[in-house]
Design a binder for this molecule. Structure first.
Ligand SMILES: *Cc1c(COP(=O)(O)O)cnc(C)c1O
Length: 337
């Protein structure tokens, strides 16, 4: 029986070419700034997004949490969508690491607008937490991989500049967003103070995220990374995999999107599926008649691994270890259920 793992785009294994790149990585002690492969990755990622500097971290959670700490003071408040990863899936780190509160908004599938944000910025008043940061997520994980375009981001960036707020992007799947919108990565730099880019999701590297920002931000981020326990030594083996992914796995994201679209279209035809969220990138969210955990168990019997996010909602994520014949097989199973 074929197995197909749709649980997440984090389940990918390094490709032969990536392993090759890892073997030949030049490494050194990165806490001393001496790992050539890490320095190369940080510079490359920063240049791609039009930012001054970057820092390689063990996870996207760490890059987001460091960014929040960089851009706030204790007792401040940040603004984010209520589905935001920084709030829902980072273990309460906003409160613990930064002593900051979160003002959560009801975006459209996680997408915020300047009009939604503006009235939520607190006036200067000792009763109110000081609003200092807005966090956007692109693509929106819980919004089924929905994308912001740069056109939607620009007015938010403008508002933040006018009101003295920092703007951070949780870009765990930013390359998926760019593949969908056709926007240029380099144009992102002018809008954001911080950008987290995940290398171990759709890009297929085994470990790591980078945080991008200006030189002063990244200098402070280096201090924070050490404090958070994320100062790594000869981690250039991992950085080499990430650089390989930036060179070879960005273009192919369109394939994952095509696969997700096929799954979404076929699921929409199935009687046991009540609704499918419109799919833009590599995430398919759909609702079922019966309890999601029962359906997920039935799929597993046929070798298909899926996740569920709600009592009736199932999530499928496509990635570079999902091939056309696996999509075909999955479709045949969906039809037979
Ligand atoms: C996966 C993810 C992260 C970071 O996750 P790590 O597992 O810590 O690397 C951050 N934001 C979003 C939206 C994600 O999907």
């Amino acid at each position: 029986m074929m197995t197909v793992d749709f649980r997440s785009d984090t389940v990918t294994k390094p490709t032969p070419g990536m392993l090759e790149a890892m073997w030949s990585a030049k490494v050194g002690d990165d806490v001393f700034g001496e790992d050539e492969s890490i320095n190369e990755l940080e510079a490359k990622a920063a240049a791609m997004f039009g930012m001054e500097a970057g820092i390689f971290c063990p996870s996207g959670t760490m890059t987001n949490q460091i960014a929040i700490k960089c851009f706030t003071q204790p007792l401040d408040e940040l603004i984010a969508d209520q589905t935001a990863h920084v709030y829902r899936y980072e273990g309460g780190g906003i409160a613990f690491n930064s002593a900051v509160s979160a003002r959560l908004l009801n975006g459209e599938r996680g997408i915020l607008t300047a009009e939604m944000i503006e009235p939520e910025i607190n006036a200067e008043n000792i009763h109110y937490p000081h609003t200092s940061l807005v966090v956007l997520e692109n693509t929106v994980n819980k919004g089924g991989g929905k994308c912001y375009s740069l056109e939607q981001i620009a007015p938010i960036a403008q508002l933040c500049k006018a009101r003295g707020l920092k703007l951070h992007l949780d870009g765990a799947r930013i390359f998926n967003a760019l593949a969908h919108t056709g926007d240029n990565a380099v144009d992102y730099g002018q809008h954001f103070d911080g950008i987290s880019v995940c290398l171990s999701k759709g890009l297929g590297a085994p470990v790591g995220s980078v945080l991008l920002g200006n030189k002063a931000t990244i200098k402070y981020a280096r201090r924070l990374r050490k404090v958070f326990g994320g100062g790594m030594r000869q981690a250039g083996f991992l950085a080499a995999a990430a650089t390989y992914a930036l060179d070879h796995h960005v273009e192919r994201l369109k394939i994952d999107h095509k696969h997700a679209q096929i799954l979404a279209d076929e699921l929409a035809q199935c009687a046991w599926v009540t609704s499918v969220m419109p799919t833009e990138t590599n995430i398919v969210l759909f609702d079922t008649e019966g309890p999601a955990d029962v359906v997920v168990a039935k799929l597993l019997e046929k070798g298909i691994k899926a996740g569920y996010t709600d009592t009736k909602r199932i999530r499928l994520v496509t990635h570079l270890d999902i091939h056309p014949e696996q999509i075909e097989y999955a479709v045949s199973v969906f039809k037979s259920l």
